[in-house]
Every structure is written in structure tokens, then in C-alpha cells.
Design a protein around this ligand. Sequence first.
Ligand code: AMP
Ligand code: MN
Ligand code: MN
Length: 332
Amino acid sequence: MNMEKFDLLEACKDAGRIFISGHIRPDGDCVSSCLAMYLYLKKAVPAAVVQVALEAPSEVFQCIKGFDEIDSTYTVEGAVDVFIALDCEKSRLGAAAEIFDNAGKRINIDHHVSNERGCGDINYVVPGYSSTAELVYDLFDRQYVDAEIAKAVYIGIAHDTGIFKYSNTSPKTLRVAAELIEYGFDFPAVIDQTFYEKTYAQNQLLGRALLESIVFMNGNCIVSAIDKKTLDFYNAAPKDLEGIVNQLRITKGTECAIFMYETGNLEYKVSLRSCRYVDVSKVAAFFGGGGHVRAAGCTVNGTFHDVVNNISKQIELQMRAHEEEDKLAVKR
Ligand code: AMP
Ligand code: MN
Ligand code: MN
């Protein structure tokens, strides 16, 4: 593990060009940590040209300073001295992977358990940490932090902890959040704007997913899917489906929630969530994906039924092992 903090400004001090990027289909933590890093380095390393590139993020993140400077064409105007890969490893950098390969120095900051070693020359990878945003903030020299940077970090942490309620929220996470709101940005408003507010189409899709959900495995699992036809009907993008799996997860009595949407012919993006004991990062890793113990994802080929059968087989193995452990514990 590479849990040691490093000197970020020392690592960037001679850089002429710094390039920041994160994972494909960027989520709140990814967008926020990239922008926090971008705003910070522009201020703390003024001699460098700092670029930030991501696949087009959801418009809800407009409220973060620097949002309009995110480049979704991945144009590099010169040699990249330092590449900072955030909230993922190289395999999920998408179009930025090639730029990463050609960079002089690579830094990787991430909190996914599935990112075992880190893919950089310098790695700050702490599995189980609330968010990449919290890791990024660990590395900031406080003299350069301002309200806009604090706001970006806060949004990242809030998103990856389901607004400070998932088990990845540590006492330190809450202390950091307290420190951040002291900078004086409108923290209730940014959470409403970026997390809770839904468009009419997003709510319709959530409604359909809930209506068509199926509880199985004696009530331990819940699954729902949205097909391509429905996505096209609502003119929806993957980012319009965020939050659906979390709503499924809180169905009373269920341990695991599976939400999937069709990405191509016989291909589904699968989101997995668990409540207490199933390690969904292991389930996702079995299908070439990854993530965290309680939230993970992967892409699986097959019909809806094939995918559900294959995924639930992996979940069932863990549930059986858990039952066996329980029985042994009773005997002891
Ligand atoms: P999602 O279900 O897409 O919200 O993802 C849940 C968590 O797992 C997030 O932290 C993602 O970054 C991570 N994740 C999703 N898909 C993958 C994948 N294919 N490989 C590695 N991590 C993933
Ligand atoms: Mn992410
Ligand atoms: Mn994250």
C-alpha cells in the first residue's frame, strides 16, 4: 500500500505543464477532486501551465469554479511534465491514458480497494478513505486554500459518502468537513444543487427503476435495469441514472442492490451496493471491474437474465460463506 503522504508542491515545483485527469464517466468525487487540484496548483505553482481534462461531466457541477475550463477533447499543447491521475488507476483514464504514458512524472491519488498498488511514480492510494477529495486535501498547503477550493473538496467528500452517511465516513472526514465549511461557502445550496436536485426525466427513470425492480434470493437482493430503448425515450445519459442504485440499496431487508443499464448490444454497466457484509468490490473484480467494499461497478456482457444470474452467483457464494461463519460463531 502507498498510504504515505508526499510533498505535492515539491513534486510539481519544476513542472512547466501539469495535466490533471480522472476516470471515465466522472462522478462527483472525480470532478471535485480534479477541480480542487486544478484551482490549488494554479495558485500554488503559478509558473506552470495547469490543464484539467475529463469526459463531459454533469452540468450540476457548474457551481464549482473552473468547471468551464475542463477540456473534454484531451488536447495537449506541449510536453506534460507532471500527470496527476485522480480517483482511478490508469485503466479507467479513458482518452487520458495515452497522455499519462507519455508524461515525465506520474502521480496517482485514489481510494479504490481495487487499485492495489497505484499506477504512478508517486502514489497516495488509501483504500477505504472516504473520497479522493479528502486525500487531495491532505496534500494541500493550507496557505493556498480558499473558499472555492474548500467548496470543491467539500462537494467531493459529500458525494462519495452519500452526504456523510456511508461507512467510509471517518471521524477525520467530519473534522475535515467542519474545517472546510469555515471557509464560508453556501454548503447547503451546493449539496442540493449537485446531489439532491433531479430533473423530471431523472425522477421518471428512478420511478421506473423502482417499479420494475425485483427482489430475489429470499429478499436478500434487489435488481433493476433500464434498457437502451428507455434511455433513448428520455434522451438520458448515464449521469441521469446516478442515485438509483442507492435508493434500491435502502430497501428494508436487502443486503445487496444491483442496478444495470444497457450500454450496447448485450452489454450492461452494472452498479453494485451492499449494506453489511458482502464485499461487492470482489464481485465487480470477478467481472473485470472494481470499486469499494460497499460500492462497486463493472461492465458485463449478456442478456439481462445472464447478467443477473452471473452476478448473483458471486453474491450467493459470499452469502453462503457468511452463513457458515455465523453457524460456526453460534457453535463457539
Ligand atoms: P458506480 O456503481 O458506477 O457508482 O461505481 C461505484 C464505485 O465503483 C465508484 O467508486 C466507481 O469509481 C467504482 N467503479 C465503478 N465501475 C468500475 C470499474 N469498471 N472498475 C473499477 N472501479 C469501478
Ligand atoms: Mn469516482
Ligand atoms: Mn471516489
